[in-house]
Design a protein around this ligand. Structure first.
Ligand SMILES: [Zn+2]
Length: 93
């Protein structure tokens, strides 16, 4: 994966949501949002009794500026994950 770029994340999010505005925060009704310079790595696994470093979902974040609620968006679904061969989303050609 290349280095995360929050501007690319926001542009891809707008493209994939047909430029719809971000809906109000479901918790506080806030309408001001921000993002971060870094992506989130959401660890995934099948064991319920511990956390292991392993597979993860790279995700961009949209954060409510009023209450801090965080929405995650999988970067792969937005076309922003590139594997070592340069293929988008890990696709094999
Ligand atoms: Zn909020």
């Amino acid at each position: 994966m290349k280095t995360y770029n929050p501007n690319e994340f926001i542009a891809a999010l707008k493209q994939h949501t047909n430029n719809r505005p971000i809906p109000p925060c479901p918790y506080c009704g806030g309408a001001e949002f921000t993002t971060t310079d870094s992506l989130a790595s959401i660890l995934i696994g099948k064991e319920t009794n511990g956390i292991a470093l392993g597979p993860f979902i790279p995700a961009g974040m949209v954060i409510c500026q009023k209450c801090g609620h965080i929405e995650f968006f999988a970067l792969g679904a937005l076309g922003l994950v590139t594997n070592e061969d340069g293929n988008k989303n890990g696709e094999q050609k």
